[in-house]
Design a protein. Structure first.
Length: 156
């Protein structure tokens, strides 16, 4: 019994001494930034030919993902050794997209699902503010495709 207790104490001490997971690097956050920008552009493009209610939902999703891009840009700048070398959110003019047919809703939903999964995976290896930011992004993407866009798609 004493040996079991000693082993348990040693196990707890060993895990307490292990280092926490390394926070995501700037590269990983830049990947999330790219996903946020892509989702925003995709949702804006899909809103162009959508019925009014669905278009409004897609526009809201695009604005939310643009806010995610801004929050990620701020965090990347904070982490960067040289803040002037960080990526800034970019917007692609919709004129080049306007000539092409708007992407289908399924493309937006699939992109949001991939972004949610990616942010969720990264959140589990993060801590503190970054974990909260990434978890919030994952939750927002999930809510967008499973609630906002799902209800609009069935109403159309």
């Amino acid at each position: 019994m004493t040996g079991g207790i000693a082993l348990a104490v040693f196990g707890v001490a060993a895990t307490a001494c292990s280092s926490p997971p390394a926070p995501p690097g700037v590269d990983e956050l830049e990947g999330q930034l790219t996903l946020a920008q892509r989702d925003s552009e995709l949702a804006n493009a899909a809103a162009v030919g959508a019925p009014q209610q669905l278009g409004a939902a897609l526009t809201e999703v695009a604005a939310e993902r643009a806010k995610h891009a801004q929050a990620l840009t701020t965090e990347i700048a904070r982490l960067a050794v040289n803040p002037t070398s960080t990526s800034a959110p970019t917007t692609t003019p919709t004129t080049s997209r306007a000539a092409a047919a708007p992407p289908p809703l399924a493309d937006v939903v699939n992109s949001l699902k991939a972004s949610a999964e990616s942010a969720s995976r990264l959140a589990t290896t993060s801590s503190g503010y970054r974990a909260g930011l990434l978890g919030s992004i994952a939750a927002a993407c999930t809510a967008s495709y499973s609630v906002a866009l799902a209800s609009e798609a069935t109403a159309s």
